[in-house]
Design a binder for this molecule. Structure first.
Ligand SMILES: Nc1ncnc2c1ncn2[C@@H]1O[C@H](COP(=O)(O)OP(=O)(O)O)[C@@H](O)[C@H]1O
Ligand SMILES: [Mg+2]
Length: 296
């Protein structure tokens, strides 16, 4: 398989008034063409800081990439100017965020927003073509009655519908890599699985690579072929999905698996919560970040 994105030894630090936080610690991984990769870990373990570093979206004034490379199709994104990087955002690498309300323009019809994104990334298109494409994209993400929904504003749509609009908006740019940062966390379980099913179908159809970020390991089992587990800013384990579920190597992964309900478990098997707290990002931990909580 061909590598499309390669992150090597990436570390990201936030400097706030009172403290320095090493949010991402020496992270390395590859994303292959047409692959759906999951990054899983508890809240605060550095997932967003990691993918925002890929897009150059961490705050410039308070964050710093202290080491590493992010190679996208053989270009180190960290060496690009803000201007150059902008041409990668959306068209090459798209992103769906957790909160669509924060990413959509509240004063613009949703169809119009998708259309603008389409035109921006397909400059030679005609207005009529762009409109047809918007209807097609709305249809792809299963928005019923696209002709009428085109004219609605974000506040007039439900959370699930807004998230679908966000997906359509990212797809309008026809990205090669789509990063979905907890895109379904605010939605109820049925809608979550519908949207995942849809992303999976779209990925096949459009031949994208996806990085799917979640704190919910059970969500990605049927969706991603490989899983990276993060803890305290570092990768503790990375394996193909079936291997990770059937033969987890790292004690933290085992604890994570024991804490979620599984369809192949007997009703009487109790779920085991993970004891203790993840490390505070201020703490400097040498070696494996899980060792203070590790039973072994
Ligand atoms: N802009 C920021 N300024 C300071 N600290 C931040 C900032 N963004 C994230 N952090 C800190 O970095 C760590 C990782 O955060 P984040 O990547 O958002 O975690 P996750 O996405 O896994 O929930 C946390 O301790 C968080 O408080
Ligand atoms: Mg996050």
């Amino acid at each position: 398989m061909k590598e499309i994105l390669k992150v090597s030894h990436l570390s990201v630090k936030f400097s706030t008034l009172r403290q320095e936080i090493e949010a991402v610690k020496d992270v390395s991984f590859s994303l292959f063409k047409n692959e759906a990769l999951a990054i899983v870990g508890e809240s605060g373990c550095g997932k967003s800081a990691l993918v925002k570093a890929i897009m150059g979206l961490n705050p410039k004034d308070t964050s710093q990439v202290t080491s590493g490379e992010i190679c996208y199709k053989n270009t180190n994104l960290l060496e690009l100017s803000e201007e150059e990087l902008r041409s990668y955002r959306g068209g090459e690498i798209g992103m769906i965020f957790q909160d669509p309300m924060a990413s959509l323009n509240p004063t613009m019809k949703v169809g119009k927003q998708i259309e603008e994104s389409y035109i921006l990334h397909h400059p030679h298109t005609t207005k009529a073509e762009a409109y047809e494409q918007v209807l097609y994209l709305l249809h792809l993400v299963e928005i019923p009655d696209p002709e009428n929904r085109y004219h609605l504003y974000p506040f007039e749509l439900s959370g699930g519908m807004r998230q679908r609009i966000m997906i359509a908006l990212s797809l309008a740019a026809n990205p090669h890599v789509l990063i979905a940062d907890e895109p379904t966390t605010s939605l109820d379980v049925t809608i979550q699985s519908q949207i995942l099913e849809q992303l999976k179908a779209l990925q096949k159809k459009m031949g994208m690579s996806i990085i799917f970020i979640t704190h919910n390991l059970s969500l990605v089992a049927g969706f991603c072929s490989r899983i990276i587990v993060m803890y305290g800013g570092a990768i503790v384990e990375s394996a193909p999905t079936d291997v990770l579920f059937n033969n987890p190597k790292h004690p933290y992964t085992r604890k994570l698996l024991a804490s979620i309900p599984r369809i192949d478990q007997r009703k009487t098997d109790k779920l085991t919560p993970i004891e203790g707290h993840p490390p505070s990002p201020r703490e400097k931990i040498n070696g494996c970040p899980f060792h203070p909580q590790c039973p072994f």
